[in-house]
Design a protein around this ligand. Sequence first.
Ligand code: MG
Length: 389
Amino acid sequence: MKPPSVHAIIVAAGAGLRAGGGLPKQYRRVGGAPLLRHAVMRLQAHGGIDAISVVINPADRALYDAAVAGLGLGEPVAGGATRQQSVRHGLEALAASPPDLVLVHDAARAFVPDAMLDALLAALADNDGAVPALTVVDSLRRGDTHYRAAVDRDGLFRVQTPQAFRYAALLAAHRAAADGATDELAIAMAAGLNVAVTPGDERAFKVTEPQDFAKAEAMLSADSPTAYASRAASGFDVHRFGPGDHVWLCGVQIPHTHGLIGHSDADAGLHALTDALLGTISAGDIGDHFPPSDARWRGAASDQFLAHAATLVRAAGGIIDHVDVTLICERPKIGPHRAAMRQRIAAILGLALPQVSVKATTTEMLGFTGRSEGLAAQAMASVRLPLKD
Ligand code: MG
């Protein structure tokens, strides 16, 4: 029998400003990548989820595109005015080719362990829905400025996401629901669905307050041997000067007395950086991926080489922490173009500006760069890769 198809909807349409940082929390970086990116990659890593769609505020489209670059997601779904409406939009977007099962998840819970997902999906064999929950261990009191009545914590749960349902049942429940539901559980219960409780996990905590980012950062820390291993690798490239009136360096076109000779656009800066990124995952060099013998790459813009290397790093679960390029030449002068180069590299790699460094040096008129016969570039990339067990 064919296993049921599973689709995950990640709701990322909220303003989420309570966590600070001046932008919606799902787009704030933790461990070098936006929170939303961690949430998507965590579900992709489980292996039992066939497809993921994300519901966003269309005004955040540029943030979304940068956050999920290279992860292979389709078009995002436009959210509504409330979380309930956003989930409804996400569900309706699947109606034309419905999955058997659906997970509804919050982007702010980015670190859901596999065991929690396994338990949710297993529970749907016998139930319309399943919701992860944790027991309450702290004592509870009701009150305002002073404590009032004690609240019995027996039978109380803290409910987490993702919440899992048979798709057709949840869609029908949403279509019948009144406004104002807090989550899928409330809507499912109102519709009389049978919903099981499965084990939650403290690691699936919701990033809400500013201090939660410090907690998430600690979980992803490079010093945490259980999470990631750091990798650094270098790249080096040389191109010869020839006739022409401009060069391409680090993705920026610079007027010059000469051009650079090469099969592609001869952007030594991007070529060195592409090799450095490929080095972090031991994936060979630029010539293996884009052979000079292939006519497709004649005169090609080198940003696509760099973007491809970044896609490979991210497909391996990698987080790019920092890149650094040094251009070695007497001319052209690099200083006036350095800011534009950093911006261009940041855009190609989906990084923030502080994660990109561009430097330049001469060789004191010595050697081939000193005689302006050619130009050299070296680069270093620092990446975190998940430890495989
Ligand atoms: Mg080259």
